[in-house]
Write a protein that binds this ligand. Sequence first.
Ligand code: AMP
Length: 364
Amino acid sequence: MILSPGATIGILGSGQLGRMLAMAALKVGLRTHIFAPEEAAPAYDAAAARTVAAFDDEEALASFAKSADVVTYEFENVPTSTVEFLAERVAVRPGARALALTQDRLTEKTFLRDLGLKVAPFVGVEDAGALVRAVAELGRPAILKTRRFGYDGKGQSLIREGSNVAAVHRTLGSAPMILEGFVAFEREASVVAARSLEGEIAAYDFCENEHERHILARTRAPARVSAETAAEAKRIAASVLEALDYVGVLAVEMFVTRDRHGREALIVNEIAPRVHNSGHWTLEGAQTSQFEQHIRAIAGWPLWATTRRGRVEMHNLIGEDAEDWRDILAQPDLGLHLYGKLEIRPDRKMGHVTRIFPESAAPE
Ligand code: AMP
C-alpha cells in the first residue's frame, strides 16, 4: 500500500528516534500515532496521537492498528508477538522477520555468516560448562554477550587472560549467551541504508563511530578508510537489505581491521533494524535525512538522494553535556538538537550536535 498525504504512520516506541521520525513525517504531510508504555517521552510532542499502553495490550494494539495506514518501530526490543499481532491487521514495515532476527545475537550472527559476510568467530553458549569449551575453542580475549536485550554495552563482558570464566558467566546471569572472538579493530564504523517497497536501495556514506563507556559519543562522515573499503561497506548493507526483503532504514555496524598484508578488511558486528544514532549526521549533513528516508520507504514512496553536504561530525549530548546548550547556540557552525527530555541523567542521550566542514577541510 502507498500512503497519500494525510495518512497516519503508527510508531512503536516513544524515544528520540520516534520523535525525529514524527518530525520527518510532518515535513511531508503525514501524521504519526505513537504507541508506547511510557507516560511521558520525547516522541509524543511531535505526534498527532498517542496510545500509552503495554506492548501486550491486544485491545489497545487492535485500535492502534485501525488508526494507522502503516506501522513501524523505533527500537528493536519491541516484542515480536506485538509486531506479529499488528501485521495481521495493518502493514508493518520493516516486518517481524528483521526484528526477530536482530533481537537474538546468535541468529543474527548466523544470518550474517550465511550471507557470506565476515563476522567475528562465535559460539552459542547455554551454560557455564559450554562457556569453558567455547573459550578453549575461540581463545582469549573473547567477549561474552547475552543473546537478547543487550544495548550500549549492557549484557556483555570481556574474558581476558586470567579471567575466571565461571565468575564472568555468573555476572551475566542465566540467560542464553554467545561468545565472540575479540576483534582487534582499527575503527568502528557503520552504514545507514534504506530500501524502498519497490526494492530500490540508497546507502549513506560509510561513517565512523567513537564510543565512550560503550555509548556512541561521536560519528564522522565519511569514515577515514579507502574508497574500496567505503564501497564494500555499502555493498554489505545492500546485501543485508536484499536478503531481508527489507523496507525502511537500517544500520549495519562494522569493525574496520587490517589483514596480515596490511589491507583494510570489514567485519560485520550487528544490524539495527531501524534508524540509528550513527545516522543522525544526515539531518543537516545529507540531502535526505535518515528519518525522512525511512518515512518515504515505509510510505511506499521513492527514496531520495543520500548525497553528503561536506564533511560532517555529530556529537551526542550525553547526560550533563546537555547543560552546554547556551554555549552551543552561541557557535554559529554548530547545529543543536535536543530531545525534550526534562530530566538529565548520567548516560542518558539528551540531544546531539552536528557540524559541517567543507569537503576539502582536513580531518582533525
Ligand atoms: P555490541 O553490543 O555488539 O554493539 O557491542 C558493543 C561494543 O563492544 C562495540 O561497539 C565494540 O566496541 C565492542 N565489541 C563488541 N563485540 C566485539 C568483538 N567481537 N570484538 C571487539 N570488540 C567488540
